[in-house]
Design a protein around this ligand. Structure first.
Ligand code: FES
Length: 571
């Protein structure tokens, strides 16, 4: 136990301040003994009916509270802004950093000794982790868990992945609108977040790989009673972590981030993990670079056969053994001595974690795919780097030279992609500008550009697509993302014109615009920056301070750990 708990500064105070700190808390029926020096555990909740993936988290919070009481702590639940990926406009990523500020200031400004972070939908996990990392209290994550598998006419419906495929079938005339509507009701069968290895499942998996969650945090379905048992155990453990002074900075080490990169490759995780881990590392002060993802992850095989890279869904993954089985299967590719929130090493936690279904979780000797990690591309089109997920791409397109068909914005794309007169065929490279952190603003998930209806009808299923955008973790295709610097700040992407030739060579890690340097210099001289994408409010703060994708797209003034000290009282 640290010499003095942080909460003592509030609840042990004398005079008017102590009276105020305790008395108003008592209006909820809190007995005086709760202020006797027991650890105060904040439960940071992203519950919201506008975030359907997290709409069950009030019940999860109740389970955490039971665990906190069991261990002799005092739980206090507080809300922070929530981000519903499917609802919020213009894109949830715009607000990830805002939520992280909300979390950071809520933790620092209140009498908390430790924190349990309740998250689920995509951005809620990195946002809460980033905010907590900037405070450095004992911290533990409880994810909301994935939805149960839904079926449409007997076949599983993967959140996002199946929807993207069906949407293309509708555009190509292979599926009726009525059937599309019927499938909509089948997919979302229960509480929980996306049931594919999309960004939510990826980030929940990386919570385990980072050591920030209890074993099985990622895969227990939201509707499974064991999710509540895990939450109650997490509440207990949070109290113990305060007594052990086990702070987040002792867990989020360089080794932990390397473990997360390795696990992300093995599970076929989302490309969004790149920007989120870079931003989180920046908060806690761990040196991590874009190239680390390629260096540590590219040669790793895909061990998990889940959509969008494979066949199964998160419920199958749970029954097969989940993340503990994957970590065990990865053997010495994992830093097994890395510490976790349990107080034990990740190696000790997973040493006896069997795989119950080798079809879903493979061994290193029989992977789903070889060399499945995220590849980092560079070249004159992406001097700051760009990423591609080879496991979700068409192998024949991983080396490709094609004529660029350029869209200046998402509006331009929507207006022209299905134009029968658009000069495009399947050998072309679709290029989208203006969808980066500053340009959109907020770097939306539009990087998997829809293919032209005319080509879909001819049976084309994939094309090379390049942008400064992100892509949903549930999506797939030969899609180059996060191109940096982005077009809106004058990156080379801004200089691409219709008819230029672009060369993609994933094996060589090359993304090249085949235009002479002198011509590119001339175009750069003619380039004029677009008007700021936001006139005022938070969006203006964002566009003025957001970093590029290769630095995690955090706000420049939020990088770093500022600790939890607040020496001045409020009266
Ligand atoms: Fe919330 Fe996919 S929409 S996790």
């Amino acid at each position: 136990m640290p010499d003095e708990l942080r909460s003592h500064a509030w609840f042990s105070a004398e005079g008017v301040n102590g009276f105020a700190h305790r008395s108003w808390m008592k209006n909820g029926g809190v007995p005086h003994r709760m202020f006797d020096g027991r650890p105060v555990i904040g439960i940071c909740n992203t519950w919201s009916e506008l975030t359907p993936c997290n709409a069950h988290l009030r019940g999860v919070a109740d389970a955490v509270k039971r665990g906190v009481y069991e261990a002799g702590g005092f739980p206090v639940e507080f809300p922070v802004m929530s981000l519903g990926e499917t609802i919020i406009r213009p894109t949830s990523m715009l607000f990830r950093n805002l939520v992280s500020m909300d979390v950071e200031e809520s933790i620092r400004g209140n009498p908390l000794d430790g924190v349990v972070l309740l998250c689920g939908c995509d951005k809620t996990t990195p946002a809460l982790l980033m905010g907590a990392a900037s405070c450095d209290l004992p911290t533990l994550v409880v994810s909301g868990g994935p939805m149960l598998t839904g079926r449409f006419r007997g076949r599983p419906v993967g959140s996002g992945t199946t929807v993207f495929a069906m949407a293309e079938d509708v555009r190509a005339g292979r599926m009726s609108q009525d059937d599309f509507l019927a499938a909509e009701a089948c997919m979302s069968r229960s509480a929980g977040h996306c049931n594919t290895m999309g960004t939510a499942s990826t980030m929940a998996s990386l919570v385990e790989a980072l050591g920030m969650g209890l074993p099985d945090n990622a895969a227990i379905p939201a509707a499974d009673s064991r999710r509540l048992v895990l939450a109650q155990d997490a509440g207990r453990r949070a109290v113990e972590m305060v007594r052990e002074d086990l702070r987040i900075s002792r867990i989020l080490t360089r080794q932990a981030f390397e473990n997360a990169i390795v696990v992300n490759a093995a599970i076929g995780g989302s490309t969004n993990a790149v920007v989120h881990l870079l931003a989180l590392a920046g908060r806690i002060g761990v040196p991590l670079e874009l190239d680390d993802f390629d260096r540590l992850g590219h040669a790793l095989p895909l061990l998990v056969d889940l959509m969008p890279s494979g066949r199964f869904l998160m419920e199958d993954f749970f029954y097969a053994g989940g993340i503990p089985a994957v970590i065990r299967a990865l053997g010495d590719r994992i830093h097994r001595e890395a510490l976790t929130v349990t107080g034990r090493t990740i190696g000790a936690e997973t040493a006896d974690s069997p795989c119950w279904n080798p079809e879903v979780i493979r061994g290193l000797d029989a992977p789903v795919k070889e060399r499945a990690g995220i590849a980092v591309l560079r070249g004159n089109l992406a001097p700051g780097g760009a990423v591609i997920k080879p496991s979700a791409a068409t192998p024949a397109l991983l080396k490709h030279r094609g004529r660029a068909v350029v869209f200046e914005s998402v509006e331009d794309l929507a207006a022209r992609v299905d134009d029968p007169d658009l000069d495009i065929d399947e050998s072309c490279v679709m290029v989208l500008k203006g969808a980066g952190p500053r340009g959109y603003p907020g770097m939306p998930e539009v990087g998997n550009l829809p293919l032209p209806r005319r080509l879909l009808a001819r049976g084309v299923t994939d094309m090379v697509r390049i942008s400064d955008a992100r892509m949903s973790g549930t999506a797939y295709g030969t899609v180059v993302l996060h191109t940096a610097p982005e077009a809106a700040v004058g990156g080379p992407l801004a200089l691409v014109r219709d008819g230029d030739f672009v060369e993609l060579d994933v094996e060589a890690r090359r993304l090249h615009l085949d235009v002479p340097d002198a011509e590119l210099t001339r175009r750069a001289g003619d380039w004029r920056p677009p008007a700021p994408a936001a006139a005022g409010g938070y969006q203006r703060l964002y566009v003025d301070h957001v970093l590029q994708a290769d630095q995690g797209a955090d706000l420049d003034f939020l990088v770093g750990c500022r600790g939890a000290d607040v020496p001045r009282d409020n009266h």
